[in-house]
Design a protein around this ligand. Sequence first.
Ligand SMILES: C[S@@+](CC[C@H](N)C(=O)[O-])C[C@H]1O[C@@H](n2cnc3c(N)ncnc32)[C@H](O)[C@@H]1O
Length: 325
Amino acid sequence: MEQLVTALRAIGEPTRLRILSLLSRGELTVSELVNVLGQSQPRVSRHIKLLASAGIIERLPEGTWVFYRLADHGRGQRIAQSIIALLDDADRVLARDLERLDAVKHARTNAANAYFAEVAKDWAHIRSLHLSEGSVETALREAAGNRHFKAMLDIGTGTGRMLEVFGAQTDQALGIDLSHEMLNLARLNIEKAGLPNCSVRHSDLYNLPFEDNKFDLVCVHQVLHYLDEPATALGEAVRVMAPGGLITIVDFAPHQLEFLREQHAHRRLGFTDTEMEIWMDQVGLSNITHLALRPDIQDAGANHLTVKIWTAERASTPAQREVSA
Ligand SMILES: C[S@@+](CC[C@H](N)C(=O)[O-])C[C@H]1O[C@@H](n2cnc3c(N)ncnc32)[C@H](O)[C@@H]1O
């Protein structure tokens, strides 16, 4: 009872309700909240502190940034969700906040797109600065095994490298990306590699233009750390996965290289296994595996990062289980 009263007191204030409404759209930093709410940083920080100490929101420090998000378990989550359900999206203040949030996200997406347009031609080189591509690709092929796939989707395909890696063991492979510059290079690369079964198209990974249950292999290679809402992106990826299908996610383990944010449009400095496993579990993935590819010792000073490969499967249908039994 005391906990509940503390939580309700923490929420029972207009700015704090606005913060809940904003965080219901995904995790945000204090400066993004300051931007949207139009209040000073100390004021916003005080509101956030109250919500965090009542267990309604969670604080996730990462390098010099701190992300805030709604509690994703326990009583705090139930209270937050119940209150959010009562908020009226047509309320003028909340609606204006959401418009400003869209503008903040838009500005960031535009900056990231400009970055990808700028680096497209040097992408193969930039990608190899932080990881040994050969070992990642060998590990990925091993994770997928000798399976032959009917339909592959490479989300955030960039210059199409994953299509080249898996194209030969797939009937039809498709890469999607928001950057036209990247897609132009991907088209050249798959042509050069002689892969007529591969193609690319312009599309947003948050809103994939495909029906449910379509792809039996989905790859998300070095994409999630650029995104505002990696968990939402994962949910959309799983929507288009066929039951029994495989997803491979390649990204960085947690690190401290802040310059990647400033100079290379990264938003998240890597992901923990726990975070990834919670997200995967929430969207119905199972048989989760993870593998860490650590940089060579002699490279340790050269900004090389540990690369993680997570794989998981979407539960198969009863009919599929009967066939494989
Ligand atoms: C770091 S690159 C990785 C490219 C490729 N997967 C690789 O590893 O070489 C990230 C890619 O994600 C794309 N991207 C970022 N946000 C996206 C979105 N909302 N929808 C589709 N693609 C997106 C970028 O345009 C960029 O090409």
